[in-house]
Write a protein that binds this ligand. Structure first.
Ligand code: AP5
Length: 204
């Protein structure tokens, strides 16, 4: 968990590789649905473009169905879910046990600079930053050679709203997980944060 642009996706991808379990990234799932113009994607697009949350019932259904798939049997990493009290309750209500909540702490003023420099691969969704984690060749994904683009919701107005919505709806959800929360300083270099999170999971 953590604010928009705080490094959740970056860390989730690194942890998934280190732990050999899947990442369930609700933002990525929604972006795929938007690109494929599925009914969920067509509905979600307007919320995402504004920086608002997609309704809980849609999100809970999406995540509970995904968790039920075979590759999740040995565990999974949730990235971007739960984000509301209702989503946290849906997980608990379906008997989903959360071992650890990894919270990446980044102040709002840092977020604005981070998101401004973010570039994502149009093909595989890989995430880069023009200054902090640049690709080897400018504009090209290291993994699949796909084109690096600016995300549709990375505009100044949308970023402001995403931060507001996060503080109002998601920050309070952390209280649900008292006792299993581990905080990492999101201002640290990417590799250092991964080490902190892996240690918290007893894997380093
Ligand atoms: P989502 O894609 O989850 O967006 P978000 O929460 O706003 O988070 P981001 O993906 O923007 O950032 P991140 O924390 O993953 O950071 P990243 O690793 O990319 O969701 C998008 C939208 O979908 C939502 O706004 C909402 O509409 C909808 N949605 C999704 N889930 C939902 C839910 N559960 N309920 C309702 N609606 C939902 O890093 C950011 C940048 O910083 C990158 O350029 C990266 O390279 C760089 N960086 C990362 N770590 C570091 C570091 N340590 N130092 C310097 N730079 C770094």
């Amino acid at each position: 968990m953590g604010p928009p642009g705080g490094g959740k996706g970056t860390q989730a991808a690194r942890l998934a590789e280190a732990l050999a379990i899947p990442t369930i990234s609700t933002g990525a799932m929604l972006r795929e649905a938007v690109a494929a113009q599925t009914p969920v994607g067509l509905d979600a697009k307007a919320y995402m473009d504004r920086g608002d949350y997609v309704p809980d019932e849609v999100m809970c259904q999406l995540v509970l169905n995904r968790i039920a798939e075979d590759d999740c049997v040995n565990g999974f990493i949730l990235d971007g879910f739960p984000r509301t009290a209702e989503q946290a309750e849906a997980l608990a209500g379906h008997g989903v046990v959360i071992d650890k909540v990894l919270y990446i702490d980044v102040p709002d003023e840092v977020i604005v600079g981070r998101i401004g420099g973010r570039r994502v691969c149009a093909k595989c969704g890989g995430t880069y930053h023009t200054k902090y984690t640049p690709p080897k060749i400018a504009g090209q994904c290291d993994e699949c050679d796909g084109e690096l683009i600016v995300r549709a919701d990375d505009t100044p107005d949308t970023i402001r709203n995403r931060l507001e919505v996060y503080h109002k709806l998601t920050a309070p959800v952390l209280a649900y997980y008292n006792g299993v929360i581990v905080s990492a300083d999101g201002n640290a270099p990417v590799e250092q944060i991964t080490d902190v999170l892996l240690k918290a999971l007893g894997k380093a």
